[in-house]
Ligand binder design. Structure first.
Ligand SMILES: *[C@@H]1O[C@H](CO)[C@@H](O)[C@H](O)[C@H]1NC(C)=O
Ligand SMILES: *[C@@H]1O[C@H](CO)[C@@H](O)[C@H](O)[C@H]1NC(C)=O
Ligand SMILES: *[C@@H]1O[C@H](CO)[C@@H](O)[C@H](O)[C@H]1NC(C)=O
Ligand SMILES: *[C@@H]1O[C@H](CO)[C@@H](O)[C@H](O)[C@H]1NC(C)=O
Length: 628
């Protein structure tokens, strides 16, 4: 064959793409498809297992399909075996030889793995370490009293978290802050668990041929130096963050006059944690911009109007139907939408979406409140996403990058919390808030979002910089505090050293790729970018027109917004996430624009207020961490 090619080359000079392998190409494509078909069959049987679990969970113990349903662990092991073998089989496929671009993408996505690329013993070890780190958060490990035998130890989440949210004493905050950290890092446990885990992440990266381990951590973002892109968003929103930070710091000094904060502009870490937890707490330590303009209480009306969780679900489903997306059928409500038991779901009680094509299913939290009402809108978005992407080939039937789906969900959450939407639901009488109420609400949203985003970034950057070796093993703790200083203006409450390991509980939660801080960051930032685009498309947001501010847009009934959502959802992972986000936003990069435009009225108010109070935004804090 080669000689024929050469001959062709000699005969027809120029213009002919003479590829010696062009016929291998066909073979490659065929054999690749065969591998993928076998894998798809195996995936179907895993979906079948998941379906049995769902049915068993929702039929009071009896398995309607007969026999015992498999356990979650079995499903997880099967999935691991499948993706592990498949990646090995696909790793020999010469990807550049595949002409079918979708096939090429499928192979690329399935041939490289994160933790699941580890060999079985190592994979088991990584899961043990993740469990250990989860136990730092939810295990009863902390003695909050001198005598631990007298009272059961407490867990960080939810007990200490709730105590911290409610307390009005700074001593409690700093005591809890300190106690949890010493409890989990007793005998260097927290730190060494983290070190072991990072070692496995590095090994997973070498299996992918990645010299820089973070390439594997950021695998699906498929971008050189993805961290730089996230960092640029942090700097973009920094002017707004600094104003909010200054206002909150001032509030903290008022709230804790005896705390003796340093005069350096930084916020003490336990106070920042408390404020974050108080975003929707009625007795928060930071004052509302307009204390007399209380937000209308929705709880009572919500119970009257929505009556049952089922009714909330239907209303949320109607929201998506009004955009022209899938209609949830009666069959779905009868068979695949089930209520969780009251003792399930834990303190957060998050509804769960199940994916076992051709069906998708929902298990919803039976609670009935404002927050659940908003959350279920996010859950319904996920359900819609699953309905669209189940049409795609196995391997491409996912979001294009982690956090993309929850970013879409975030837009529905934002929409459902607006006065405009609450009025449509007959919960509020008016479809807008007064100016004072709007600012009160924006401040709470700001605490919820703007304080959290730099923390996601710091947690993610710390992990990645350690992984890539930019932070050395004998400078972990002080390096962490330098990041807190640089990006968030946050300081430890007391002197710290390298004997300590001070990351917060969200850091550990983010060690799991499924709940990573990267993912959280993307879903917030991209969420606001999408929200802005849908609101522009619906005509409910008109920049510069105070009658149509971004923060009161619900894009309900907007087929323009619906078309954008559908088009993105239908693509699954068939294209690069930048191509897909461009459909809605016209942009190919993460940007802080959505956040900045959403919070524009708050930014203006904060600047004026800080000026009145003679507060200088920014910080210049001394380092409170030394090596020793
Ligand atoms: C490749 O195979 C096709 C038939 O499948 C044949 O027509 C063609 O000439 C072959 N090309 C080369 C470069 O061998
Ligand atoms: C991988 O290849 C082996 C050997 O051909 C085969 O037995 C196995 O089923 C394949 N597994 C997957 C998931 O492709
Ligand atoms: C949104 O608009 C549609 C009209 O297309 C309406 O039927 C639906 O009830 C609205 N949603 C809510 C929550 O009011
Ligand atoms: C929904 O939009 C259509 C046009 O797209 C309009 O005719 C209808 O009145 C709208 N319904 C509501 C409830 O806003």
């Amino acid at each position: 064959m080669l000689w024929r090619c050469l001959l062709l080359l000699l005969l027809i000079v120029g213009g002919v793409n003479c590829n010696a392998n062009s016929n291998h190409t066909i073979d490659y494509e065929e054999s690749t498809l065969r591998i993928l078909d076998v894998a798809t069959q195996r995936m179907r049987s895993i979906w079948e297992m998941r379906k049995r679990i769902f049915l068993q969970l929702t039929s009071k113990g009896k398995s309607p399909l007969g026999g015992q349903a498999p356990s979650k662990q079995e499903v997880e092991m099967e999935t691991y075996r499948l993706v592990y073998e498949l990646a090995a089989n696909l790793s020999v496929v010469p990807v550049e030889q595949l002409r079918d671009l979708k096939l090429r993408r499928r192979v690329q996505r399935l041939a490289k793995l994160q933790l699941q690329g580890l060999r079985p013993e190592q994979y088991e070890q990584s899961k043990d370490l993740l469990r250990a780190m989860q136990n730092f958060i939810s295990g009863s490990l902390v003695c909050t009293h001198e005598d631990c035998s007298a009272r059961r130890p407490t867990a960080m989440y939810p007990q200490l978290y709730n105590q911290n949210m409610r307390t009005k004493r700074y001593e409690d905050l700093s005591f809890n802050w300190y106690s949890w950290r010493s409890a989990i890092n007793d005998k260097d446990t927290a730190r060494s668990t983290f070190i072991d885990y990072v070692r496995l992440l590095r090994i997973a990266a070498t299996y992918n041929g990645h010299v820089t381990p973070s390439r594997t951590w950021y695998l699906y973002y498929d971008t050189e130096n993805f961290q730089a892109e996230m960092e640029s968003v942090i700097w973009e929103i920094m002017p707004l963050y600094r104003e909010l930070h200054a206002y909150l710091r001032h509030s903290a000094i008022q709230a804790y006059p005896k705390a003796d904060f340093k005069d350096d502009g930084a916020i003490s870490a336990p106070v920042l944690d408390q404020m974050l937890s108080q975003a929707w707490y009625p007795h928060q330590i930071f004052p509302s911009p307009f204390p007399k303009d209380q937000l209308p209480s929705v709880h009572h009306r919500l119970e009257e109007v929505l009556v049952t969780p089922v009714k909330i679900n239907k209303k949320a489903a109607e929201f998506f139907e009004s955009l022209g997306l899938n209609k949830m059928t009666e069959g779905f409500y009868e068979r695949y939408s089930r209520r969780m038991n009251d003792d399930e779901g834990g303190p957060d009680c998050k509804s769960q979406v199940y994916y076992f094509p051709p069906e998708v299913a929902l298990r919803y939290c039976p609670k009935l409140d404002y927050k659940k009402m908003m959350q279920i809108h996010g859950t319904m978005a996920e359900l819609q996403y699953n309905i669209y992407k189940k049409e795609l080939a196995f391997g491409l039937d996912t979001e294009p990058c982690p956090g993309f789906g929850s970013a879409l969900g975030e837009t529905a959450v934002l929409a459902s919390g607006t006065a405009r939407h609450l009025q449509r639901l007959h919960i509020l009488i008016s479809d807008s808030l007064t100016e004072g109420q709007s600012l009160n609400r924006l401040l709470r949203m700001g605490v919820h979002t703007l304080l959290a985003v730099p923390q996601y970034f710091i947690n993610d950057k710390f992990l990645v910089d350690v992984m890539d070796g930019r932070i050395g093993v004998n400078e972990y703790n002080c390096a962490y505090w330098r990041l807190q200083d640089k990006y968030a203006g946050v300081q430890p409450p007391i002197w710290r050293s390298e004997k300590d390991f001070d990351m917060d509980y969200k850091f550990y939660r983010g060690m799991n790729p499924d709940t990573s801080n990267t993912r959280k960051f993307i879903s917030e930032i991209l969420g606001f970018q999408f929200y802005r685009s849908f609101c522009l498309a619906s005509g409910q947001y008109k920049p510069g027109d105070s009658m149509y501010p971004l923060h009161n847009c619900d894009f309900n009934n907007s087929t323009e917004a619906g078309n954008l959502i559908r088009e993105m959802m239908q693509l699954g992972a068939t294209r690069h996430w930048r191509d897909i986000m461009q459909i809605a936003t016209g942009e190919r990069r993460l940007s802080g624009r959505g956040v900045l435009e959403y919070f524009a009225p708050l930014f203006t108010w904060l600047k004026e207020r800080n000026m009145q109070l003679d507060i200088e935004p920014g910080w210049d804090a001394d380092e409170l961490c030394r090596k020793e």
